[in-house]
Design a protein around this ligand. Sequence first.
Ligand code: CO
Length: 213
Amino acid sequence: MHESYKKLFEYNRKWAADKKASNADFFANLAKEQQPDYLFIGCSDSRVPAETLTGANPGELFVHRNIANVVANTDMNVMSVIHYAVEVLKVKHIIVCGHYGCGGVQASMQKQSLGLLDKWLKNIRDVHRMHHKELKTISDSKAKFDRLVELNVEEQCINVLKTNYVQTSYLKNGFPEVHGWVYDIHDGLLKDLELDFDKILKDLREIYALSEG
Ligand code: CO
């Protein structure tokens, strides 16, 4: 018998009671609306819990997670999330957060088929191909793996910037800003890749601009 899932319900009841005890209107206020400032796009990996590692409370993060934090323009799921976050919620920041030790990124470096996953991981092989010249110069396999994790975050940030909603809102309103982060599962710390957002957008718009301006 696998009854360990019951502990999730037990925890949930305690959590809800604690929240209500410290603020009687906690759920009533949250139920009215959400106004998160951040869209967090991360990996599904159980060791990278968006809210826990940022200390975000309910109502603060709009979250999308998939294997290896991929932003593919053919993925209706992530595209819908970005659209809603930008157009309706008007988030101020979009964070793409990868992590060292990412199984998805690692799998994309193997000469091995994983069935359906091959199609998804092809997105990361594409990143590898785009940066093949740099990655080829790294002989240490862990260093190469870490670098591909970082480059994958950078390219997925670029994919966010390619969307019409993000470009239009940023040029009109000055937000959302796009940030590339890497979480280190070995020490629990986030690293900001400090991507030059303005430069990336300017370069991108030579080819990907979907409006004048
Ligand atoms: Co991962």
